[in-house]
Unconditional design. Sequence first.
Length: 328
Amino acid sequence: MSQNEPLKITLIGAGTIGLSFVALHFQQAVSQGAPSLELTIHDSRPDIEEYILNTLPAYTNAEITKKVYVTGGYDVTLDDVLGHARSNTLIVDNNLESAVSKASIIQEQGPENAAFKTALWPKVEQHCPPDALLWSSTSGISASTQSTDMRDRSRLIVAHPWNPPHVMPLIEVVPSPYTSPKVILRTMEFWKSMGKVPVLLQKEITGFVGNRLAFALLREAIHLVNEGVASVEDIDSVMENSLGPRWAVSGPFKSYQAGGGEGGIEAFFKNIGGTVQACWDDIGKVNTGEGWEKNIYYQTKEAYGVVDTKGRDAKIRKVLGAAQSSEQ
């Protein structure tokens, strides 16, 4: 790509994650200055243009105006850091072949369904440029599974975001054993250039790292409610006023390294390892379909209704800003 050519990115799927990525890419195009961005969305829903125009403003304060002479084309205008209005191009294309034909990067955010993804990538591979990066934003379906029917399995890699990706820094980069080192390197470099925190996993595992940690905590939280230890709201209050703030600045290993004082995590386990083991032995073993769902769903709906995600995201930005400034 020459200096004056726009960066061309195609997003397959315009659900919650897809539109969050739309916001991220346009925000970064404005903040970084150059090159300009041409972003194409491919989605099978019949009302996709109306849906984007009605929903995208929840993710970004961009002004979206129709390009009269471009089919499915829109100008997306945001202010840069100097307050100058800058426009980049959004194209809605319901034809997969043309949507991927000129893209430098193709990101898939389609249904979390292995059959869908396995069928998709050979079609993308057939019509996209030979050096285009191919990424899946899947929450847990490995690149090995998705690339089964591809001619060149070395091209595909998972780039799993933490929701919402236009706010959260993490991108889990998960290659398959077939993924080429060049694809891994280019993927890591891109996300670093976007101001994200890409973490390279050394092997594939169901759910990757972030979800496995989150789901382990969710399972124990459900167990505690199910056992009548505390309510949904009280468990959230415990998290929001203890582990939440701590984990914003240090993960579990760093936290317990600090918790052990000069002796670090080793001293921590020598001191209260018995309590740790007793909790591990008593971890709740809830499974979906066992009957706890009705109570959990009811309590959560009563406590929160429809969550104000825009307000949530604003708070997360403040927390991240404070955490990052403390490290400088």
